[in-house]
Ligand binder design. Structure first.
Ligand code: HEC
Length: 508
């Protein structure tokens, strides 16, 4: 109990520390007196906004040209300066004053960019010299954030009526369209539907989409005979859950996932949710492969943090905390952090507790319209020894200031609908043998020039040079193909590791 109190005390402290926003020396609008669209703003929009704010993407207006952006100057200032919380543009919520700051595909704006947009809006949004305008980006070939996919799998269309209730069920099994085994480096899923983004949608959770989640796997689908089952075994791979507004998955370079020849996309847990108008749409899966001949070195592993069964959220109150813990059974490289909350979710933090250290790895705001997975850059991914206690803290806002909540006067419990609650970290890691763990740290020491007195967030042993293993040390065998197949057996995706310790319902 004393331990528990100590821990939540530390969390409270971190929570307070990270809400202070007025940092000394932060750039302000007055630092940018002569900001123009062509010289200063267009490059920011190209980097962080146009992937959505262009024709044929998800945002309500395009921000490609001066004429298109000019009327939105004040709104851009407002939406880029909200800090890491629901409503901010671009939708990316890592808190920049705590924890690890290096993530793959991070579209967020620097303080300087934010100040430039503010200065531009405040000075009448001038166009500037047309010669300064950067060449337009070619969005046809950059339709996917991962670049040109190696393969796109198109799932069948589904129609959801304007007043249809939530629906959970199976999808029609669909061939992936692959005839050889390949290892997947990254994937991205998009919902393509007939909603006109220019027409304002309902302002509730996931206002423009109908697919709220798909828990899915790929495998060869046989004819259900026993022989066939034998053959099909080992072709099954679970993939990260698709959720509304979710960004792409990039797997650990050494832990690519197998996509078996002639496999199909299979799911018995699709969640459809009406967006308030008759909508027809489908999912598209874009795959990026490793080169032929690639073999994975590491085995992936989940953290089993959190659940969706015993949540208790009081009415009319923001900042309500939920806590969950799990102990790493193996050395782990933490590849991603993925808060899974629902409409009341406001923020989540991931901590590692190791010996006397309690360290915040990442804190992020949360908006259920934009589910984000945060992928640590390879040289900054936490490297944690077995025995580390992983801790997540969820902050729930069931008050009138959260516009995702239908009625904050109601108590809320757990449930599958987006307006009920979940509290899970769906993040992934890879399991490391002691030798691999020591080797990863040694490489990082050289690459980042870590000295014996340096502190590295998320790597408590990185600064220690000569870690020796006792001679009779029991070693865990390295991952094999069979292990992988075993882990993937059955329908469940990654999140099934979590089920062993958390007993949560299979539908999300
Ligand atoms: C991942 C997709 C995405 C990215 C990236 C993105 N936006 Fe948006 N933006 C949207 C969507 C969708 C909406 C409409 C829903 C909403 O208001 O949240 C929106 C809304 C807005 C609005 C409010 C429009 C209104 O009707 O009031 C502004 C302003 C805006 N974005 C500016 C930006 C700027 C500036 C950037 C880059 C710094 C950016 N957005 C990046 C998807 C995106």
């Amino acid at each position: 109990m004393a331990q528990r109190l100590l821990i939540s005390g530390a969390v409270l402290f971190i929570g307070l520390a990270s809400t202070g926003t007025a940092l000394a020396g932060q750039p302000t609008a007055s630092d940018h007196p002569a900001v123009t669209f062509t010289k200063d703003i267009a490059p920011i929009l190209q980097r962080s906004c146009q992937t959505c704010h262009r024709p044929d993407s998800v945002a309500p207006m395009s921000l490609l040209t001066y004429q298109q952006a000019r009327p939105w100057a004040r709104a851009m200032k407002m939406r880029t300066s909200l800090g890491p919380r629901a409503g901010v543009m671009p939708p990316w919520y890592v808190e920049k004053n705590i924890g690890i700051q290096r993530y793959k595909n991070d579209p967020s704006l620097s303080e300087d960019d934010i100040a430039k947009i503010a200065a531009w809006a405040d000075s009448g949004a001038p166009e500037g010299n047309p010669a300064d305008m950067p060449a337009p980006l070619d969005w046809k070939s950059a339709a996917w954030s991962l670049g040109e996919p190696d393969l796109i799998t198109v799932l069948p269309d589904i129609t959801v009526g304007a007043t249809a209730p939530d629906w959970w069920g199976e999808i029609e099994t669909t061939p992936v369209g692959i005839t050889e085994d390949r290892y997947v480096a990254a994937l991205e899923i998009k919902e393509i539907n007939d909603v006109d983004p220019a027409v304002r949608s309902r302002d509730t959770v996931g206002g423009r989409f109908i697919y709220h989640h798909m828990i899915w796997s790929t495998r060869v689908v046989g004819d259900d005979t026993e022989e066939d089952e034998e053959q099909v075994r080992g072709t099954s791979t679970g993939w990260p859950v698709h959720e509304v507004g979710r960004n792409a998955d990039i797997f650990d370079e050494k832990a690519g996932r197998k996509l078996s020849a002639n496999s199909s996309v299979v799911s018995n847990s699709l969640h459809l949710h009406s967006n308030g108008r008759d909508t027809t749409g489908h999912l598209e899966i874009a795959w990026k492969f490793h080169p032929e001949g690639y073999e994975p070195e590491y085995r992936r592993v989940g953290r089993g943090l959190g659940n969706a069964l015993d949540i208790d959220i009081r009415p009319m109150q923001a900042n309500q905390e939920l806590h969950a813990y799990s102990v790493l059974q193996q050395n782990q490289k933490i590849s991603t952090f993925e808060p899974h909350l629902h409409a009341p979710g406001q923020r989540m933090c991931l901590e590692a507790i190791w010996g006397m250290n309690i360290e915040t790895l990442t804190c992020v705001g949360y908006d259920h319209n934009w589910v984000r997975t945060y992928e640590y850059e390879d040289d900054y991914a936490p490297l944690l020894p077995k025995g580390t206690i992983m801790h997540i803290v969820g902050y729930m806002d069931n008050s009138p200031s959260n516009r995702n909540i239908p009625d904050p006067r109601n108590w809320q419990g757990s449930g599958n609908r987006s307006v009920a609650n979940m509290f899970i970290d769906l993040g992934l890691g890879v399991q490391l043998s002691d030798e691999q763990f020591i080797e990863e740290m040694a490489q990082r020491r050289v690459k980042l020039q870590i000295g014996p007195n340096d502190h590295v967030i998320g790597c408590p042993l990185c600064a220690v040079e000569d870690i020796e293993l006792p001679e009779e040390y029991e070693r865990r065998p390295e991952a094999t193909e069979e292990d992988d197949a075993e882990a993937d057996d059955g329908d469940e995706p990654d999140t099934d590791e979590a089920d062993e310790v958390t007993t949560r319902p299979s539908n999300r």
